[in-house]
Write a protein that binds this ligand. Structure first.
Ligand SMILES: CC(C)(COP(=O)(O)OP(=O)(O)OC[C@H]1O[C@@H](n2cnc3c(N)ncnc32)[C@H](O)[C@@H]1OP(=O)(O)O)[C@@H](O)C(=O)NCCC(=O)NCCS
Length: 184
């Protein structure tokens, strides 16, 4: 197996990844089984999702991306990997990455408070990495706030290593960014 996965949804990811219509199927959404018999659907982000994504972004981060930030990524179709997780009529999580040569830049990830700790973050990360890999990426890079323990733990679980620090990168919070990378 590609990643060190143990759960049902991970087997599901492996099955889907072996499937040539995987990227096409993400238009409608792919269902993953989660612990406690929950299921989540992952699909591509669309322009129509941006307002809702932006609302989660504002609830989550002290210095949120703008709506245009998300639209800009969506417009760069060939380099964009933006995913959402809808539950009934609402979005509960999203991830945004973009491709530069053979690098996937995993640049945004958020899960709504009530939906955390159900492995949604893991699924979005692993799905994004697999999509990057299919587009010939060899590396995944990201930045994370030094004090963001949960995110750092998530990335370390997937084998990311700290490769650098940007001092005071998050100006408003006066916080450093850790640069983390992983070969895929
Ligand atoms: C970080 C975040 C995306 C994790 O999403 P999630 O769906 O709750 O995480 P998962 O359930 O997939 O957890 C996967 C792993 O991440 C780590 N993790 C997640 N939440 C954690 C927490 N509160 N404390 C410690 N580790 C945590 C653990 O290693 C966990 O694996 P485990 O369940 O085997 O212990 C979510 O907490 C979030 O949206 N935070 C605010 C936004 C943010 O920080 N984004 C990242 C910016 S770089």
């Amino acid at each position: 197996m590609e990643y060190n996965f143990k759960n049902n949804y991970n087997q599901r990811i492996d099955q889907e990844f072996n499937n040539v219509i995987w990227q096409e199927r993400l238009k409608k959404g792919i269902n993953f089984n989660l612990p406690e018999e929950k299921n989540i659907l992952v699909r591509w982000m669309k322009v129509g999702d941006v307002s809702e994504v932006y609302n989660i972004e504002r609830e989550t981060f002290p210095s949120p991306w703008t709506r245009d930030g998300f639209l800009y990524r969506l417009n760069e179709r060939d380099y964009n990997v933006s995913l959402v997780v809808p539950v009934e009529r609402n979005l509960v999580a999203y991830a945004v990455s973009y491709i530069v040569y053979d690098e996937l830049h995993f640049s945004n990830l958020a899960v709504k408070m009530n939906y955390r700790r159900y492995k949604i973050g893991e699924i979005l990360l692993s799905t994004s990495m697999q999509l990057g890999k299919e587009k010939n990426c060899r590396w995944v890079h990201l930045e994370v706030r030094r004090n963001n323990k949960s995110a750092i733990q998530l990335y370390q679980k997937f084998g990311f290593k700290i490769v650098g620090v940007r001092k005071d990168y998050y100006k408003e919070e006066n916080e450093d960014a850790l640069l983390m990378s992983k070969l895929i």
